[in-house]
Design a protein around this ligand. Structure first.
Ligand SMILES: Cc1cc2nc3c(=O)[nH]c(=O)nc-3n(C[C@H](O)[C@H](O)[C@H](O)COP(=O)(O)OP(=O)(O)OC[C@H]3O[C@@H](n4cnc5c(N)ncnc54)[C@H](O)[C@@H]3O)c2cc1C
Length: 384
């Protein structure tokens, strides 16, 4: 990827926003278990951070994927993982399918205000009984005249208590239950009667991000809220997952580099046995090894970003990126805790939060084992 002055200009505007409008409030938001998405997102919208790659006709920036990489690098500098994850839902998890396959009317009504930051959205795929096995979802949309009537439950929905609309995966054709056919992505405004937040889930990490269980009880939305072709929802969501996984990996990589830098600084300041801990060669080598891992993954992610930019199918790259960044992040977090000693275990330091937050990377958006399953299939092992 080639970074120009334009990239650096954009980087600076995101960095300023992170330093002035986000990081000073992170402790407060983590404590509250939520951050004010309707206040923060318009500020991101104003600097064009929410719709970088989308069509300018619908409020997008018309930029290429290299700007998304820069955005993610800066979001990775946020002092928690909850807020960047919530932002990434808006930019790269709940909106790609709408931008790619949605009708002009849907894009005007939902995409445009979302890219301005005036609307908050969620991606609603997982259910209490189906997470890894997306083909096993049970939420049903039944046709009644020109409407869908939707009933079911969605679980783990990021931004779920604040969202204005959901990009929801539902079963619209029951003739092949348990199969990936017959699903559609449908936009569901959260003001529709029958929509309710069942509960806000208390989590180990990503605490500033609200995560909800959603109940849909005969929620009626027009059939025209279907994104793209009816019955293609599973395939559209699988494509959308590639954006989610890549961007999640970009953000996590930047977070890991920052965690290593902060740990290096701490070890330089902390004296034991008459010298800074960092003078200990064992600690130097362990950090050096992890920096090398970060460099390797950075190279791979930039390669993946280049292939995305060139319009290739990046299923393999996004899968490998998510798997390996998740595993590396866990190792980095564990090492940071260890080298901070007791302070690594104290809530007053950033390290404990990083340890808790980073664990999600190997679970959310497809667990490590699901990534291995995809690679297994791409390598012609196992059955599809
Ligand atoms: C904080 C948070 C935010 C989230 N945000 C969203 C969101 O906004 N929208 C949304 O739709 N979902 C969201 N999710 C859901 C997330 O994507 C799922 O939790 C994830 O896909 C795993 O699904 P599951 O929890 O049902 O685990 P399960 O499917 O029950 O799997 C449990 C474990 O079994 C193993 N496993 C599963 N399948 C296989 C297999 N085939 N082979 C071997 N091992 C396997 C894995 O280790 C897996 O972690 C979020 C989750 C969390 C925790």
């Amino acid at each position: 990827m080639q970074f120009t002055e334009e990239h650096e200009h954009f980087r600076k505007s995101v960095r300023r926003l992170v330093d002035e409008e986000i990081n000073p409030y992170v402790d407060e938001w983590e404590e509250a278990g939520i951050f004010p998405a309707h206040e923060l997102f318009p500020k991101l919208g104003e600097i064009g951070a929410l719709g970088l790659e989308y069509d300018p006709e619908f409020g997008g920036g018309g930029a290429d994927h290299s700007f998304t990489y820069v955005l993610a690098q800066e979001l990775g500098r946020i002092d928690c993982a909850g807020v960047p994850m919530a932002i990434a839902v808006e930019t790269s998890m709940a909106t790609p399918a709408l931008a790619r396959y949605g009708s002009d009317e849907l894009k005007r009504t939902y995409l445009e205000p979302t890219l301005r930051g005036d609307m908050v959205c969620s991606i609603a795929v997982s259910e209490p009984d189906a997470g890894s096995d997306v083909a096993g979802i049970r939420t049903r949309a039944v046709r009644d005249g020109d409407d869908w009537v939707i009933t079911g439950r969605k679980m783990w929905i990021t931004n779920g208590t604040q969202a204005d609309w959901l990009c929801l995966l539902a079963r619209t054709d029951d003739s092949q239950p348990g199969d990936y056919h017959g699903m559609s992505l449908i936009i569901v405004p959260t003001t529709t009667p029958g929509f309710s937040v069942g509960r806000k889930i208390e989590k180990m990490g990503n605490r500033s991000s609200d995560t909800a269980e959603i109940v849909l009880d005969e929620v009626r939305v027009p059939v025209t809220n279907t994104i793209g072709e009816e019955g293609r929802g599973f395939q559209q969501q699988m494509a959308q997952f590639q954006d989610e996984r890549l961007v999640g990996a970009y953000i996590a990589l930047a977070g890991a580099r920052k965690a290593l830098d902060r740990t290096k600084d701490y070890l330089q300041q902390r004296v034991a046995f008459g010298k800074p801990l960092l003078a200990n060669q064992h600690l130097q080598y362990r950090l050096a090894e992890l920096y090398a891992d970060v460099d390797l993954i950075d190279g791979f992610l930039q390669h993946a970003a280049d292939r995305y930019l060139a319009g290739h199918d990046v299923t393999r790259e996004a899968t490998v990126a998510k798997l390996k960044t998740g595993r590396m992040t866990r190792e980095v977090a564990d090492t940071c805790v260890q080298y901070h000693g007791g302070m690594g275990y104290a809530e007053e330091m950033w390290v404990a939060r990083y340890f808790r937050d980073s664990r999600l990377m190997s679970i959310g958006g497809g667990a490590d084992e699901v990534m291995l399953r995809v690679i297994t299939m791409l390598e012609g092992m196992g059955k599809k």
